[in-house]
Ligand binder design. Sequence first.
Ligand SMILES: [Cu+2]
Length: 153
Amino acid sequence: MLPGTTTEFWSYNRKVPGPLIDVFEGDTVRIRLDNRLSQETTVHWHGLPVPPEQDGNPMDPVAPGASRTYEFTLPVGSAGTYWYHPHPHEMTAEQVFRGMAGLLIVRSRTDPVPTAIEEKLLVISDLRLAADGTIRRTRRWTGRPAAKATTCS
Ligand SMILES: [Cu+2]
């Protein structure tokens, strides 16, 4: 992201932000997660009306090297713009800051967005990079102040 440097991201399908998931009310969504991180992760479907066991909550982690499939059907009335992100216990912030998040749009079949309206999807991050291009870490990922030994600058 900075000229002459390399920034390591963690991502869904090698994309930052993750791939757009664009579906309709009534659709059944089936997504496989292969955890290639060295820590637990989940995929949490932020704000979507999905069953608790499919919602990637911290009590349902996917271990490093393990896989699972999330599956849910989106009810009528759920149309909207959502995001998905990891939600492992105490590691959510780090995984999101490192790039793991994406958008999910649920469209209505009976009340579509008029085609005359141009859609622009924005994902805004407060990512900060150090001069060497690495993701800057000024606080612990939990949001608590960093210990002096790990504080940058
Ligand atoms: Cu969330």
